[in-house]
Design a protein around this ligand. Structure first.
Ligand code: F6R
Length: 241
């Protein structure tokens, strides 16, 4: 696990966008694993700017997102499909049919696992972008999710619903369940970058990097992957030894 410290959110976004751009340039038909939330918004802005400048071509790129709220469809402005369309897909020339977000209409884990089969059939994820939850979740793999988990339905913890209520009118509107790539799905990616900014992430980043890998801190399991880079701003890195 390689830790790269940057100054602030802007530099974090520029650096992550540069890595993603490098992947697209070296493999124009790459499969990108993408995340939602506040961490990658600046990265997506930078990628859209590179597209506008003619540096990047997304026309052969495929994407697979980490997760979606159960019960929300893509027309709901709180859904992750909607987020991706607005923050990236509609700003670049990626083909919409080449973009994949788990379906919020999923009814069972067996159905959810089809997502892994599709990723595998497409050749696997070349580069997976991750954020990290305050409790160490990656995707919506909450603490104690089995290491072998594939894409599955999860009950969101109170702390995750609380953290995400900022995007909803009230806590009651935050869905109780989500569908997420599993830890196994994430670990199958050829390379992974995790980004975190702000003081609020400092404690969990310390556990992720300095602690032993354990399912109680899902992000710490990334230590077991051989190509993971963590991009942290000064505040998120402030508790590292
Ligand atoms: C989003 C996702 C989540 C977020 C995490 C951090 O697709 O999978 O794991 O990355 O909750 O969210 P932010 O970036 O809003 O702090």
């Amino acid at each position: 696990m390689k830790v790269i410290k940057v100054k602030n959110y802007e530099e974090l976004s520029r650096t992550a966008a540069t890595i993603i751009a490098g992947t697209i340039l070296s493999k124009p038909d790459c499969i990108l694993g993408l995340a939602t939330g506040s961490s990658p918004v600046g990265t997506y802005d930078q990628l859209a700017a590179m597209y506008e400048e003619g540096i990047l071509d997304f026309s052969h790129v495929k994407s697979v997102n980490l997760d979606e709220y159960v019960g929300l469809d893509g027309s709901n402005d709180q859904s992750y499909r909607y987020f991706m369309n607005k923050n990236l897909f509609e700003k670049v020339d990626i083909r919409m049919e080449a973009t994949h977000v788990p379906s919020g209409a999923v009814k069972s884990d067996e159905e959810a696992e089809q997502y892994d089969a599709e990723i595998k059939a497409a050749g696997g994820i070349d580069l997976q972008l991750l954020g990290i939850g305050n409790n160490g979740h990656i995707g919506f793999n909450e603490p104690l999710t089995p290491f072998t988990s594939m894409t599955h339905i999860v009950k969101l913890t109170d702390s995750t619903r609380e953290a995400n209520k900022r995007f909803f009118a009230s806590i009651d509107d935050v869905p109780t369940h989500a569908v997420t790539m599993g830890i196994h799905t994430v670990m199958q990616a050829k390379s992974i970058i995790l980004m975190a900014f702000g003081e609020g992430k400092a404690e969990i980043i310390k556990k992720t990097v300095d602690g032993r890998p354990e399912i109680a801190v899902p992000a710490s399991l990334l230590q077991l992957h051989d190509d993971v880079e963590l991009y942290l701003d000064e505040a998120a890195a402030s508790k590292l030894s």
